[in-house]
Design a protein around this ligand. Structure first.
Ligand code: FAD
Length: 446
């Protein structure tokens, strides 16, 4: 049977763009549909704009630290409008880069929302298009709980584009997006309360990391309210918003940011109708080659239950293109995926937490250090850096590395290479450090 395309990709985000371009580079005839802006969550309303705001939030710290080094500055002023305008210019530039990448690689673009009509047909903007393969790369979206007054809340999407800087904000949630935005707003001078249901922020991260970040955030003036369920939101006459936990409304916030989880964009896509299996959270079920139970339908990125990270989506997109149109068929590999939280201070992690390593390997050796970085001997800032290695006792392989502190993400990327290559603790120890750095502690922990 003759198809219009060899591959039709739904969604031009991190995963979809990489998959489309790679497939086209193997000679496949490829089309991609996007119903918003090409670039997807990461470029338009995720990693990139978020990190730009994180940079903005660090300048007041830098200026404070400079005093210990002999510099004196008069108090500066900050323009939220100028920051958001600059951020938007950069996002528009990147959107243009992505559009031209697709064009140059010969991928046909369809603007509009696509749905799956059958195992080889999609519908978009009034067209019915056939394809040998269909890939779902529709990502995920913020999830809001169904509680009274939730219409007064914003999500990370709106937080990146607020018309003005809130004086007081409540961040509800305890995952990486919640703590990142808490750090951004706090650094920019907004008073921040973080409300979370659990006992501690960053569930799933190493316990020492969770405690270290929570205490650093508290020290910076963020109020963390743990074990508090928000049952509703209430808008006052003056336009501020209160949160309703058990026992009465609290707080007068200019904005309430909900970051309590993201849901896969799998609904109303026609997937269930053609028989594609979804898990109970709505994520598309795929095998290790990113193929669903329908052999011609595939899925990558945040719409699956895989780690919700851009480099995972792009890698899995590249592997799927190679499997379908290249000469290698390689399964995805999600062991030792490094990740970072761009909180203040930063968190980065590779491999297993101490608890998970114990579950998997039984006996583990743990090496930990907590110190005041050289930079802060003169700045006077009372900030500690935490580093931790978890080693499987039997193999002596380093199976977990964790850091809380400046440049944690930049440092852990290199550590991830060593761990992926199977480095043992002895090999870490044999490595000569770079002095004087914080990073050298990773090779001197005894
Ligand atoms: P997306 O990038 O979301 O792309 C999906 C695309 O599909 C979207 O453009 C959407 O408009 C489109 N679409 C959906 N349905 C349809 C349809 N029916 N028809 C046509 N088009 C459709 N990851 C990191 O690695 N590092 C970070 O620092 C980081 N920070 C983040 C911060 C925030 C605030 C958020 C929300 C996410 C962050 N992420 C980060 C996660 C990262 O953005 C995602 O993992 C990544 O974008 C997933 O790529 P994807 O291709 O699966 O989906």
């Amino acid at each position: 049977m003759e198809f219009d395309y060899d591959l039709f990709v739904i969604g031009a985000g991190s995963g979809g763009v990489r998959l489309s371009r790679m497939a086209a580079s193997y000679g496949a005839r490829v089309a991609v549909a996007e119903d918003s802006l090409v670039g997807g969550t990461c470029v338009i309303r995720g990693c990139v704009p978020k990190k730009l705001l994180v940079y903005a939030s660090h300048f007041p710290h830098e200026v404070e630290d400079a005093a210990g080094y002999g510099w004196s500055y008069r108090p500066g002023t900050f323009s939220w409008a100028a920051l958001i305008a600059a951020k938007n210019r950069e996002i528009a530039r990147l959107n243009g880069v992505y559009l031209s990448l697709l064009e140059k690689s010969g991928v046909q673009r369809y603007d509009g929302r696509a749905t799956v009509a059958d195992a080889h047909t999609v519908e978009v903007a009034g067209h019915r298009i056939s394809a040998r393969h269909i890939a779902v790369a529709t990502g995920a979206r913020p999830m809001l709980p169904a509680i009274p007054g939730i219409q007064h809340a914003i999500t990370s999407d709106e937080a990146l584009d607020l018309a003005s800087q809130p004086k007081r904000i409540a961040v509800v949630g305890a995952g990486y997006i919640a703590v990142e935005f808490a750090g951004i707003f706090n650094g920019l001078g907004t008073q921040v309360d973080l409300w979370c249901r659990g006992r501690q922020i960053l569930r799933g991260f190493d316990e020492d990391v969770r405690d270290a970040l929570a205490s650093a955030m508290t020290q910076q003036g963020i109020e963390i309210r743990t074990e508090t369920s928000v049952l509703g939101l209430e808008k006052y006459r003056d336009g501020t918003i209160g949160l309703v936990p058990e026992g009465g409304t609290q707080g007068h916030y200019d904005a309430v940011l909900y970051a309590t989880g993201r849901a896969p964009n799998s609904a109303r896509l026609g997937l269930e109708e053609v028989g594609v299996t979804l898990d109970r959270n709505g994520a598309v079920d795929v095998d290790e080659y990113s193929t669903t139970n329908i052999p011609s339908i595939h899925a990558i990125g945040d719409v699956t239950a895989r780690p919700q990270l851009t480099p995972v989506a792009t890698r899995d997109g590249a592997l799927l293109a190679a499997s379908l149109f290249g000469d290698v068929r390689r399964s995805v590999d999600h062991e030792y995926v490094p990740s970072a939280v761009f909180s203040t201070p930063e968190v980065a992690t590779v491999g297993l937490t101490e608890d998970k390593a114990r579950e998997r390997y039984g006996v583990v050796d743990v090496f930990k250090t907590s110190f005041k970085a050289l930079r802060h001997t003169l700045s006077g800032r009372d900030e500690r850096t935490l580093m931790k290695l978890v080693v499987a006792r039997g193999s002596q392989r380093v199976v977990g590395a964790h850091m809380v502190g400046r440049d944690a993400a930049e440092i852990l990327q290199g550590i991830a290479i060593a761990m992926k290559a199977g480095a043992t603790k002895a090999q870490f120890d044999e490595t000569i450090g770079i002095h004087p750095t914080a990073a050298e502690e990773f090779v001197t922990m005894r």
